[in-house]
Ligand binder design. Sequence first.
Ligand code: 13P
Length: 249
Amino acid sequence: MRKKIVAGNWKMNKSKTEAVALAQDLLSADFDKTVDLLIIPPFLYASELAEACADSRVQVGVQNCSEHTSGAYTGEVSVSMIRSVGVSHVLVGHSERREYFGEQNAVLAQKVDQVLAAGLTPIYCCGEQLSEREKNNHFSLVKSQLEEGLFHLSAEAIQQCVIAYEPVWAIGTGVTATADQAQEMHAFIRQLLTDQYGESVAQAIPVLYGGSCKPDNAQELFANSDVDGGLIGGASLVASDFVAIANSF
Ligand code: 13P
């Protein structure tokens, strides 16, 4: 049985007071017992929120990390720093990092290695722009994102990873992939994992869907056999919406 995971990527939102209040609301909420819950706040709040969530079911991730171990990299945050404040997960290669910060598969492979070496869980993001889908290029694009960013890993190492499929055209747009579109790509990703690592490894790796996932479409998305949960943006900023999504399995 694969893990079911619902993760809230808060992106660059919330003051500290608002962030703490949102976390407190989630800590007192009633969640489906079978779901792993994760909040992914801005770096600045990760330490305090990891402490607040320490003895709870809510785990804390961050949105990025450095590909370097330590040293003269002004403005960067290393995985050992991230681990030292009690954070468990790191997003790697979110489409906004790829698009606005020029992160490419090769550097993302280094970040994945850093996260795993620190004993943390990478959530490796993939997904196509609308123009790629319109050219019917979406499968080969996602394939190269996985091959170049993740498939250098051993079978043992890749089982420590989570994959998130986020079609860029669905992020923050209100246009969600249909349940069939999500399942089609998730099944494709599962097949790539099977071809590379074999059936039992492929069956063990959670693949999350992200992109305008809301309380009113989560159930239909999560009902698909290869959709193991969600990476939620906008709706994760409202406690009641995030709780409703997490309770949609
Ligand atoms: P939205 O849910 O706001 O579309 O964002 C999805 C996302 O990018 C999560 O990482």
